[in-house]
Every structure is written in C-alpha cells, then in structure tokens.
Design a protein around this ligand. Sequence first.
Ligand code: SF4
Ligand code: SF4
Ligand code: SF4
Length: 347
Amino acid sequence: MNSPFWNLGRLRRTVQILLLLLTVYGGLLVGPYLADKLSTAFPSLSCIYDQQNSAYCVLRPLQHQLNHRVGESIARLGEVTLEAFRPLLFTFLSFFAFFIVLNKAFCGWVCPLGTVQEMLYRLGRRLGLVAHALVPPRLYQLRAGKWLLLFLLVFLLPLLAGLGMIPGIAGDPYCQICPARLITTLLTASTEEMAVSTQGGLAFAFAAIRNLLFGFTLVAALTVRQPFCRICPMLALHAIFRRFSLLQLVKTPHDNCGHCSLCTRACPMDIPEISGKDPQRAFSEDCTLCGRCAEFCPNDQVISLRFGPMTLFASSKHYFSHRSRTEKPDGTPRLCTEREKPGNQPP
Ligand code: SF4
Ligand code: SF4
Ligand code: SF4
C-alpha cells in the first residue's frame, strides 16, 4: 500500500470506476436474463430505470413492497397473508445480507452517484474552482434531511399510495426524484428520464424536482464534496445498521490526536466527529467508509478500517508521508518536483 502507484485512494478509485461500469452497463455484459436474476439476488446496485444495468438499487424494492404488498394488503382488509409478506420478507433478508457485509462501504466504493460526484469534485479541484474549506457547523442540520427523506419518500408515501390514500404515481416517490436515475441513464445515452411529463401536476412536479436535483448535484459537486450524499436516504438507511456491519471504521485514542483535524479535512463528508476525542462517535452516521481519514491521519494505528477482527487498513506516519506528497487532504492535487517524488529523496 505504500507504493506510489497503489495507495488506498487509487485502489478505491479503480474499484469505483469498475463498479460504475458494472452498475451502469452490466446488463449488456451479462444479458437481460442473468441481469434479472442478479437483480433478485443482489438487490442494491444501480438505478432500475437504467435498462442496461446488471441489478438495481435497494430503495426501489423497498418502496415497491410498501406500496404494493403492505399498503394494498392492508387496504384489502383480511387479506394480510403470508403470500403478501413473503416478497417483503425476501427483500428484507437480501437487504440485510447486503447491509451486514458491505453496509456504508456501498457509498464509498460502489454507488455510481457517489463516484460521479467524486469525479466532478476532482475535476473542480484540478480546474482550480474555489472550494469550501469545511462545511459550516450549522449546515450539519442538513443531517436531519436524509432521515426525513427516508421516512417520507421511502416508507410513508409508498405505504399511503398502497392504501389508496394518495395517487399511485406517489408509490415510488424517491425514485421519481432521484438524480442517480438521470445520471445513470444519461451515461447509457438515454435522455428519456429527463422528459418532464405534462400528464398531471404530480408527475410534472416529480420530473421537475428530479431535473433540478440533478442540475444542482452536478454543479455543486464541482466545489462541494458529495453534495447530494448529505441528504441521501440511502445514507440514513445504512446508518441504521452500521453497528451490525462487518466493515467498521475504528478510532483508537491517542495523546497527539484532536489538534490537527487532518482527518476531517480529508473526509468527503466533512465529518467533525472523526477528529474528536470520543472514539465511540468516530464512526458517524454520515461516514461512507471511504478510508480517506485513515490515509491522511499522520499517527500510527489511530484510525483503521476493519472487517470483523481483521484490520484492512490503518493510519501510519509512513503512509501519510507518501500520500500527502501527491494530494492535499482536501483533494487538491500536489504537483511534486522530481526531488520530492517517492524514492527520489536523499537517504
Ligand atoms: S449517500 Fe447516496 S448518493 Fe451518496 S454514495 Fe451513498 S447511496 Fe450514493
Ligand atoms: S488526523 Fe489523526 S491525529 Fe489528527 S485529529 Fe484526526 S485522528 Fe487525530
Ligand atoms: S469518516 Fe473517514 S471513512 Fe468516513 S467518510 Fe469520512 S473520511 Fe471516509
């Protein structure tokens, strides 16, 4: 990992790009039959509206089950049978298996929307666009936004649509406004999802919000790290189960820690708790398990990424001194001189 070519950041970027290709174009690779089977077995990859993907995002089956299974069954009183709940149970079981193994690493290593936002931010840094240093503390109130969207758009409205209390088009409200739906389909050269429907006010409103969120995400990502992630309900959903996940971010108390805040500056979600003194709070609800805090912490073994009892990566002085030669914690690339290149230093 200390090689100038293979640091954790490069490894993660390679994984993200491969998975971006798989989640956007996977259906082309494995064919529609296998793509359909994969979607059932591995339900948390990409957007269902992308006709070429290999699987689909877990938020869609959740909304679908609450709308068509739970809501409609309750509406047909007396028909709440195992038949109605079996698909729901299946969705939840596969969902838990996925969440226990990967959990928040889905955001830091897999999600196509997360990857595109990171690529745009890197582009913004290269173009020298002014970026914020840190998100002001009051903006942390945005943290509540993702919980609100999860409750309203993924659980409540689909259920109410199933009960027949609101129009059917509100059966998958999160998918109606999700910017990933536009980003992934545009990557396959389909502009269909950009169309703003004129068939009814709600359809129009959903399409308008989707396009606005998409535009905002693209523009904001050039100067702010992961703008959409801050209100994404998937982040909240993962946060509920993060303590049960095999993958964890672990912080060990250290005398020299708490002053430099390099970890918070390196964090794409600007998480203040990671540089705090309380190790219990370090693995925040907003963490995406990207590992940048561990890469940019200059102290040995203070921050680590663990899979069960196994340490996958831990901070170290040596790694930090290599890593910080090519990039600043905030993501700005450093142009190193020949003399500064790893391996060229005087003994
Ligand atoms: S928070 Fe949402 S948009 Fe961001 S990486 Fe996670 S799933 Fe993707
Ligand atoms: S970078 Fe390391 S030493 Fe500095 S505040 Fe963060 S955890 Fe502590
Ligand atoms: S706390 Fe660390 S692992 Fe979590 S998002 Fe921030 S930098 Fe990534």
